[in-house]
Ligand binder design. Structure first.
Ligand SMILES: NC(=O)C1=CN([C@@H]2O[C@H](COP(=O)(O)OP(=O)(O)OC[C@H]3O[C@@H](n4cnc5c(N)ncnc54)[C@H](O)[C@@H]3O)[C@@H](O)[C@H]2O)[C@@H](O)CC1
Length: 499
């Protein structure tokens, strides 16, 4: 698991360690670790010229000290600050590194700066670190703009101009987009949250002996975590002990959602899948998955909502009561995955003052999350607002609904109603997975994990990881349809379990 700590907690942890170390030792550790990574990359890339960009704070100090440790490539430093880190600058100069200084509000860059940047094979961005506000200004922007596209851009601690807290999304103001980021001791939210992580590139963590016992604010499951979380059956297990999943999905108008959700649940290894729905989807479900038992019965968890029309199906042949089945389950004590059409039913139910006591995972996309928040709080929330601040909104939805909320997107976020519990942020899916029906498959997968007894936060984040890997297994590097993702789940799980 990768974890990210709040910037204030990182600073407190660094301060505690620094107090017991000789002056400057912690920065030396960071700079030596940074210089080692730069040297390895320079060698791998055949980079002969390295330019180090240094800003006014300790991030610039790290970069200047690292410049002093580099031997091999031809190194130049460009400082953009009223005053550079004094010891760092002195060390770089003493090591023979040319340090060119630029006034932060200079309107044009000195010719020498343009010249060295134009020739750079590798650029180390030490303009701003965790003390930086989002967005580059003045000469910093000009310097970053002058970095050639061909240069490998390696950021120190975080890409300059990105919000260290990961809240302010990229794109509103200039920021470095790095090929790689070398961070120290602990990851920060900027490295893991959807607003900023696109600028981080490859993430390398250098150990500088800083640790903390405070809980992180963000977590990310890695492939290695699957072995400890996935419900692998034992010799004594039978279909009921493994978990029975009910699926209330599909309608006469949208039967395909039922097929996708049920196929996913069957492929994910449910002990048994019960399907509840009207005639046509039932026939299609049974034709696709003869393992399915039609009709209601005892279940350890249920998936409700894919292809369900919250106000009833207006298809002429429809005599289904899917919305009534959903309402009944909302009021009961079976753990639920609430998706698609059932989200609207849940929102009205919550707005009427009800709260679920059993584990519940809501799986909206940004538009559904906006409608859920609007319905539950009475304040208009738009899809654009959710997309601009996804962490804030997913947390709010969890708080007001009392349910765990999984916000679907290129980064999947999973928030617990308790605000002290770290948000999970998963980026396992190829962009090809943005296709109709993928959400139905995710819901089926999460339902199986909930039925096996996983808490909703684990069920949601593990389902997101496996869903992404299954898409890749189905067709590495190319287009993928939702049904192929569902069918690839068994192989994806086996690979992740290392079997
Ligand atoms: N705290 C520690 O013990 C350690 C810190 N380290 C490094 O120190 C960094 C943090 O250092 P600082 O706290 O000095 O912070 P920064 O190096 O991020 O710089 C903060 C300075 O930049 C200015 N600034 C902020 N936003 C700006 C913007 N958008 N445009 C222009 N100027 C801006 C501020 O006025 C301030 O002077 C870390 O990211 C890391 O690289 C490492 O040396 C490891 C140890």
């Amino acid at each position: 698991m990768i974890v990210g700590y709040a910037v204030a907690d990182v600073r407190a942890a660094e301060d505690r360690v620094r107090a017991d170390l000789p002056e400057g030792e912690l920065m030396q550790r960071a700079a030596r670790g940074l210089a080692e990574v730069v040297a390895v990359r320079a060698e791998q890339l055949g980079a002969r010229t390295v330019v180090v960009l240094a800003g006014p704070g300790d991030n610039g100090g790290d970069a200047l000290w690292a410049a002093s440790f580099l031997d091999g490539p031809d190194v130049t430093a460009v400082g953009v600050a009223p005053r550079l880190h004094p010891e760092g600058r002195a060390a770089a100069r003493a090591a023979g590194v040319e340090v060119v200084e630029v006034e932060p509000d200079a309107e044009t860059l000195p010719g020498r700066v343009l010249e060295v940047l134009a020739a750079a094979d590798l650029v180390v961005d030490g303009l701003l670190g965790i003390g930086g506000r989002a967005g580059l200004r003045g000469a910093m922007t000009a310097v970053v703009d002058a970095v050639p596209d061909t240069a490998y851009l390696l950021a120190v601690d975080l890409p300059s101009g990105a919000d260290p807290a990961g809240e302010e999304p990229l794109g509103r103001a200039p920021a470095v987009v790095a090929d790689e980021t070398v961070t120290f001791g602990m990851c920060k939210p900027v490295h893991l949250l959807p607003g900023t992580e696109a600028a981080v590139g490859r993430l390398t963590v250098v150990d500088i002996g800083v640790e903390t016992d405070v809980p992180p604010v963000v977590e990310r499951l890695e492939h290695d975590d699957v072995r400890s979380l996935w419900p692998v059956p034992g010799m004594g297990d039978h279909k009921y002990s493994r978990g029975v999943v009910g699926v209330v999905a599909g309608s006469e108008a949208y039967p395909g959602a039922a097929v996708l959700c049920v196929t996913s649940a069957v492929e994910s290894g449910a002990g048994m899948v019960r399907y509840v729905g009207p005639g046509r989807p039932t026939d299609l479900v049974l034709a696709a998955c003869p393992e399915v038992v039609p009709g209601p019965g005892r279940m350890q968890a249920a998936v409700v909502g894919p292809g369900v029309e919250p106000h009833g199906c207006d298809h002429p042949d429809c005599a289904d009561h899917q919305a009534d089945h959903v309402r009944e389950l909302l009021g009961g004590d079976v753990p639920l995955v609430v998706d698609a059409g059932a989200l609207e039913l849940l929102a009205s139910w919550v707005a009427a003052g009800n709260r679920r006591q059993a584990p519940t995972l809501l799986t909206p996309h940004a538009g559904e999350l906006a409608r859920l928040l609007t319905a539950v709080t009475g304040e208009e929330v738009t899809r654009d607002q959710v997309e601009a601040a996804p962490v804030e909104h997913v947390r709010r939805a969890a708080a007001v609904s009392g349910c765990t909320v999984l916000l679907k997107g290129s980064t999947t976020l999973v928030a617990d109603p308790d605000p002290t519990v770290p948000v999970r942020s998963q980026t396992d899916a190829p962009a090809w997975l943005a296709t109709a029906g993928a959400g139905d498959v995710l819901a089926g997968l999460a339902g199986v994990l909930l039925a096996a007894g996983l808490p909703p936060r684990d069920a949601g984040s593990l389902a997101a990881l496996v869903h992404g890997v299954a898409a890749d297994v189905a067709n590495p590097g190319g287009p993928v349809r939702a049904l192929a993702v569902a069918r690839a789940i068994p192989v994806a799980v086996a690979r992740l379990l290392g079997r």
